[in-house]
Design a protein around this ligand. Structure first.
Ligand code: SF4
Ligand code: SF4
Length: 351
């Protein structure tokens, strides 16, 4: 299971996607529970925990990270960070981390426009440092109307500092924008081009780890997702600094997300939203994002617009599966090369 452990609600940046730190009365900036409680609840519920530090910016509370790593046993350690304050955690702790997800949106000007001047260069330098210690690096992109998906992803691939690339669309939790036109004229054509690049590499036996493609292909071979691929509420939970346990790390104010506390919690039994039950793509999609389906900030109409683009992206990836199966039959690839478990990395698969 995945445990997203929030170390603080504080952040050192003010990116325009989320606006920076949480107010202290929503997500505390200090841990309010004893780490031994975390150890107990994890040991009681999980034989093979993956623990990923989350925030705010988790590196704003490095002492808590050190305390958890010194106290709790985990099969896999990781962090989701904005990548600017990496030096605040001593190297001996970094050396025990398996994976680092770094926020970067693609090209330098696009990243700095939304995250602040100089952020791109700081993140790339720190990604190189983490990679040099053998930590797996994942670029975690936010994709907006300024993004050209093909250009942004290719830019990050060509830098060769990230082992995997993932992105999320800046939709539904932000102010509504003209997503429909952008998707039609930029995003979907860009995805087609990117998929061609991915397939060209597959034909040579190389898997370029573009998670929104890989996670959908993997679902085909593994039986698929029973809920949001991020695992929200059924194979992933979030522990807030106050010791609350939530299904989703974004849903810090929402009652529906509360599953309990470090003293005990229950998982969601049926995480697939009702409206997805009869969808022919649900095995590949798992209902996309649980938060977005519960909090329809763009209204039902906006939700449907995003969903129709989501379906077109899914069908694009699924359309390549017969060709991929032929590559496997021909011995160019093995099925194992295409198996991806998002819960190991704390990625969402579906943008
Ligand atoms: S494509 Fe849409 S309707 Fe189908 S499972 Fe995903 S979110 Fe649900
Ligand atoms: S994909 Fe949605 S439900 Fe999953 S962690 Fe992200 S915001 Fe929460």
């Amino acid at each position: 299971m995945l445990w997203l452990v929030m170390t603080t609600g504080k952040c050192n940046l003010i990116c325009d996607y989320c606006g920076g730190s949480f107010p202290k009365d929503v997500v505390s900036w200090q841990s309010k529970y004893n780490v031994l409680q975390l150890k107990q609840v994890i040991e009681k519920n999980d034989k093979s925990p993956t623990i990923i530090f989350y925030g705010g910016e988790p590196l704003m509370n490095p002492k808590f990270i050190m305390k958890v790593m010194d106290t709790v046993r985990a099969s896999r350690w990781g962090i989701q960070t904005n990548g600017t304050a990496v030096r605040l955690l001593p190297e001996s702790y970094w050396k025990r981390m398996n994976v680092a997800l770094l926020s970067v949106d693609g090209r330098e000007d696009i990243t700095d426009k939304h995250r602040g001047k100089g952020v791109f260069r700081a993140v790339i330098k720190n990604a190189e440092y983490l990679k040099s210690m053998g930590i797996e690096t994942i670029a975690r992109m936010a994709v907006t109307k300024d993004s050209d998906i093909y250009e942004e992803v290719m830019h990050l691939i060509n830098l060769r500092v990230f082992d995997k690339i993932h992105w999320q669309l800046n939709v539904i939790w932000s102010e509504r924008w003209d997503f429909e036109n952008w998707a039609e004229n930029s995003y979907l054509p860009g995805l087609t081009k990117l998929m061609d690049f991915f397939m060209e590499n597959l034909k040579e036996g190389k898997v370029v780890k573009i998670i929104p493609f890989l996670g959908v292909i993997s679902a085909h071979f593994t039986g698929g997702y029973r809920g949001s691929p991020c695992g929200a509420g059924y194979s992933s939970i979030t522990v807030t600094p106050e010791g609350r346990i939530l299904s989703c790390p974004i849903a810090v104010r929402e009652k529906w997300a509360e599953l309990g506390s470090v003293n005990g919690f229950r998982l969601l039994e049926d995480p697939l939203p009702d409206y997805c039950k009869s969808c022919d793509l649900n095995k590949y999609c798992g209902g996309r994002c649980l938060y977005a389906s519960n909090e329809r900030y763009w209204g039902d109409d906006g939700f449907q617009v995003v969903d129709s683009v989501n379906k077109r992206y899914l069908r694009l990836v699924i359309s390549k599966i017969p060709e991929i199966e032929k590559l496997i039959e021909g011995g160019v690839l093995s099925k194992e090369d295409l198996i991806y478990d998002p819960v190991q990395d704390s990625t969402e698969v579906i943008p």
